[in-house]
Design a protein around this ligand. Structure first.
Ligand code: GLA
Length: 328
């Protein structure tokens, strides 16, 4: 059995998925391969890049108690998928681990397929979202796993996280998507992610679903922190729509402007940026031939994504939209 699953970069639409909003990720041509044989009563996996072995009983109840830490994602998948037989194999990846390109989602999705999961891409993503939450204790949304499961080569994926639909949006040939690692580990991501999600839920208790709220609704919120958090979500959903339309029409200057606005909103209203991410975005956007740049994913470190004319940015990962996860 052999399965491959891509990582993802989010072009725009961060911290919108868990309130049923919009996002525009792209499955990457970087990903994770799980290869091995079905059989036995344990799921065993060794990694080329990480120490130790994952050795997970089929009846696993608490994936967070498993060691080494990377094996928790394997345990989360076993917990979510409940395979009837075990597995013995290896995992290799071309993704940077823990840099914010969803290396954990790629491992989960590849592992689930290697264990014989046979549902639709959406069912695969939902099972792996459960696995991620169980493994990490973070109440993460569907973005990463759905991007990995349903990628389309040469396209970004317009995701409606309420309807759970994915609409491929072609990425023009004359533009480059470049991912640059800030080198800053995402230390606060776990606790702060839960705080931000709780703030969005508190705002929704007062003004109703953020996915249908207007900026005028948000301005009615009395608490200034909730108002800022909600304003980010409502305006970010609008930017995803504007960016998707502009990308399809090849209006790249407009795409870049929306990326810069998105970064500012994530930094000032949602407060998930860092000085290092801000500086990297400023350097990239001041570079000739770069349309725009923004932090991508949860924030608090990790990567920045830029849209640029070919050749404008040296270094980083020059990525393309890839097909979603597959067996074989
Ligand atoms: C992480 C989560 C996703 C999403 C992003 C922010 O990647 O796993 O569900 O919330 O952060 O957009």
């Amino acid at each position: 059995m052999r399965a491959w699953a891509p990582g993802r970069v989010n072009l725009i639409g961060d911290h919108t998925d868990y309130t049923g909003g919009l996002a525009l990720p792209m499955a990457l041509n970087l990903g994770t391969t799980v290869e091995g044989d079905l059989g036995g009563e344990m799921v065993r996996l060794r990694s080329d890049g990480e120490d130790g072995e994952a050795a997970v009983p089929l009846s696993i109840e608490d994936p967070r108690a498993v060691e080494p830490a990377w094996a928790r994602y394997v345990a989360g998948v076993v917990w979510a998928v409940r395979p009837r037989v075990g597995f013995d194999g290896r995992v290799t990846t071309t993704l940077p681990i823990g840099a914010g390109l969803s290396s954990s989602a790629a491992l989960e999705v590849a592992m689930a397929l290697a264990l014989g999961f046979a549902g639709s891409p959406l069912e695969l993503a939902l099972a792996c979202q459960q696995a991620e939450q169980r493994a990490s204790g973070v109440p993460s949304g569907i973005l990463d796993q759905l991007a990995s499961a349903s990628g389309v080569a040469g396209h970004a994926l317009l995701m409606d996280c309420h309807a759970l639909t994915v609409t491929p949006v072609p990425v023009p040939d004359d533009v480059e998507v470049v991912v640059v690692d800030s080198g800053q580990a995402r230390t606060l991501a776990t606790s702060a992610y839960g705080d931000r999600r709780a703030a969005c839920e508190a705002a929704e208790d007062r003004i109703g679903p953020l996915r249908t709220a207007t900026v005028a609704d948000v301005e009615r919120l009395e608490d200034p922190v909730l108002r800022s958090r909600a304003r980010h979500v409502v305006t970010e959903n609008q930017r995803v729509q504007g960016f998707s339309a502009a990308l399809s029409a090849g209006r790249l200057v407009e795409c870049g402007r929306l990326m810069v606005e998105s970064h500012r909103s994530l930094a000032e209203d949602f407060e998930v940026s860092t000085p290092r991410l801000d500086a990297l975005v400023a350097t990239l956007t001041a570079t000739p031939g770069v349309f725009g740049a923004r932090l991508t994913g949860a924030g608090f470190g990790g990567c920045v994504v830029a849209l640029a004319e070919p050749g404008a940015i040296e270094g980083g990962w020059h990525v393309r939209g890839a097909d979603g996860a597959r067996v074989g």
